[in-house]
Design a protein around this ligand. Sequence first.
Ligand SMILES: [Zn+2]
Length: 290
Amino acid sequence: MNFARLLKLIPFYTSLCASLASAQLAFCRPATAVCKDDPIQVVSDTPADNYARLFLTSERVIEATVHFECDGMDNAVPSEPLPRNFMITKAYENYEFLRISQYDPAKPWHWGPYRYHVQIGLPSRSQTIDYIYALPYAAEKHFTVSQSYRSKYTHLAGTPDEYAVDIMMPEGTPVLAARPGTVIACRADGDMGGAGQKYSECANYVHVKHDDGTYGAYVHLKRNGVTVKPGQSVGVGTQLGLSGATGWVTCPHLHFMVYRLNSSLRAQSFPFKVRTASGIVQQLEEGETY
Ligand SMILES: [Zn+2]
């Protein structure tokens, strides 16, 4: 996914926190050890000779945009024009979102293969630039920012992570909501982290939708380290999970950012103000401890 962009070197993180799979931590159920992020699954069947059905399941992402396209349409007609963006607004289990039918019954027909891309969130134009966020950890703790806006490492200008902040914290630190909202996505089964883009889809995360249509992303959480579930309302200070080092990382930290989806379905982060122990800051600065 797009939010886990850090350089560095760290050994594989295997199931360090298997012992955390308590009932409280089991909302985002870990499957087998995996790296690839697969928040929405699409399957097809062919119940008759002249049509096929496509179904999607979205258990842990309840607000997303699925870009779906299909090649090889030969004497075949989809029930919706393709390619198409399907908006996901709740949890689905085997929801039939598309049919592909034979057009001329007298002629052979063929369709496929299909492919799809999932982007967490729905497009929105709004954002409240004056909102003052809380720190995403307990007030009595103090951590140092290792990377802030437009850094030369992985929060590059022009990328979705442009205005993200990395906060160094020991693995297992409670990660708290920085703004009220609703959990719309989570992942807890990623169990690897390390230097390089090949780990970018390994990160665990929680995304919270705010009341202005923006989202907060809390990334690199520990395996099994998610303590909320999709649809859950959270307030400032609600524990979302435990920090970790999954995804593209060199050491344990929390990647936090506020973003919206633009009309091109691209995540676009933006600056955010934060209330710290020493007052409100316009930006969490690299190298500073809060
Ligand atoms: Zn980061």
